[in-house]
Design a protein around this ligand. Structure first.
Ligand code: URA
Length: 234
């Protein structure tokens, strides 16, 4: 693929902007600036730098973010900053979107991708991907609440009860809950329907993939092939 197309597909702006970056010697491959937009490279395992920052070539972007509180999962946020403020601009430019949404005050594992099939597979209600949350509750948890969450609670405006596939107390006010759907405010509404209240919510796991302990709040990383397989098989 030629250098202009490489930059274009990786989100570095219009073709004109990509040509300008190359002409200004801001793009390097193998440690040397390349000023020829038509120079051709094998993209398999390719890494290039733009203004000294290293970019591995990826046909599709698959990312994880440790979402902090106070960020909206929208490119056009209403009241807070967008999670896209935490990512380098080329990701939004190449069409990366959130794989499902977390509330602005929810923290933890958020996946993002520009692969429409991947996004659909993980957000489709039919696929039933388990998502594990840890909720800090306002009131102490009791067995009746845990049973209600597992048996199913009726949410306002819904005809069928919503049930957790697993619900257990990790502490007096710490609830571990696994749900298969991704309905609006689902965990908060379920906990409220069970007679308690969520004060803080954190997503720890999606499918077979857990948020890495060393990924700091606000930090992002590429998902590697092994992690993608864990997600797909989980
Ligand atoms: N359930 C909620 O209530 N909020 C989230 O952000 C995710 C799941």
């Amino acid at each position: 693929m030629n250098l202009e197309s490489i930059l274009f597909t990786q989100g570095f702006g219009s073709r004109r902007q990509c040509r300008a970056l190359i002409a200004d010697a801001r793009v390097a491959i193998g440690g040397a600036a390349c000023t020829d937009p038509l120079a051709s490279f094998d993209t398999d395992g390719l890494a290039f730098t733009v203004d000294g920052e290293v970019w591995p070539f990826h046909e599709h972007a698959y990312l994880m973010l440790n979402k902090p509180a106070g960020y909206e999962c929208s490119r056009d946020p209403q009241h807070h900053l967008s999670v896209f403020h935490l990512l380098p601009p080329p990701f939004a430019a190449r069409g990366v979107q959130c794989v499902g949404r977390l509330d602005q005050d929810t923290t933890g594992l958020l996946l993002l991708s520009d692969d429409g099939q991947f996004v659909h597979a993980f957000t489709s209600p039919k696929r039933k991907v388990p998502k594990l949350y840890v909720a800090t509750t306002r009131h102490p948890l009791d067995d009746a609440q845990l049973h209600a969450l597992r048996d199913g609670v009726l949410l306002h405006g819904e005809r069928e009860p919503s049930a957790a596939v697993a619900a257990r107390a990790r502490g007096e006010r710490e609830l571990e809950l696994t749900v298969l759907e991704g309905k609006y405010h689902q965990v908060k509404r379920m906990v409220a329907a069970a007679g308690n209240r969520v004060d803080a919510l954190h997503r720890e796991r999606i499918g077979g993939f857990a948020l890495p302990a060393d990924l700091a709040p606000g930090a992002w990383r590429w998902l590697d092939a092994e992690q993608l397989a864990a997600l797909r098989n989980g």
